[in-house]
Design a protein around this ligand. Sequence first.
Ligand SMILES: C[S@@+](CC[C@H](N)C(=O)[O-])C[C@H]1O[C@@H](n2cnc3c(N)ncnc32)[C@H](O)[C@@H]1O
Length: 236
Amino acid sequence: MAVIDSWWARRPTGAGRAALRAYRHLPRSARVHATIRWWSAPFPRIAAFLPTSGRVLEIGCGHGLFSTYAALAGPGRSVVGVDIDADKIALARQAEAQLPGVDLTFRVAESGAVPTGPWDAIVIVDVLYLLPAPAQRALLHQAAAQLADGGQLLVKEMSPRPRWKAAWNRGQETLAVSVLGITEQDAAGRAAPFDFVDPSTMASWLRDAGLWTAQLRLDRHRLHPHHLVIGRVGPE
Ligand SMILES: C[S@@+](CC[C@H](N)C(=O)[O-])C[C@H]1O[C@@H](n2cnc3c(N)ncnc32)[C@H](O)[C@@H]1O
């Protein structure tokens, strides 16, 4: 029963439904991908940690569904999504074009480059595992350096525990990245297998970068071991 309740709670309503509606006119593959992302990733729970207004950057935004949702759910936010995959950014822009008046921009970015802040929040959802651990750490340090006073860095990755969820996720990612080629990796990422760094290690990197940290598991009643690491500038 709890599982059914959890699925029911995940159905898109309000800003979620409006965000998916913006993808309706996109090619079928992008539409399906956006719908799968909505149901498989805990976007509303991540977005709940964003400030209600201010400048928000998403690194590795893919087709842009999280950014689109964040902009619609918080009309006071100015949201920028960047990704190394120009094709995905083109699709994200098509969705954005359906939403006149929403403060939402998509841009192609170079791998490892963090657009200049200050940002009130930077979000990275299911991207870091595609990079080798030293590049993940470097990207997080760069992101931390571009945060405004009181700004926060939200990193949603997959935990290596429980092991069965981590194995399920690894199998799915192998299919998406290595077999179907749905997800782009930069040259360093392609040279190595996925690097699912323990969230506690990521939190320690954020502390090294001068941020206060907190962690939250987001995998209750879910197949994927979703885990959120939050870093904040300034007092706890
Ligand atoms: C699994 S997808 C997640 C997309 C989106 N964040 C979401 O949650 O739907 C990973 C994305 O990271 C992007 N990516 C991979 N390496 C990157 C890098 N070095 N810098 C920025 N984006 C990157 C890929 O192009 C892909 O769109």
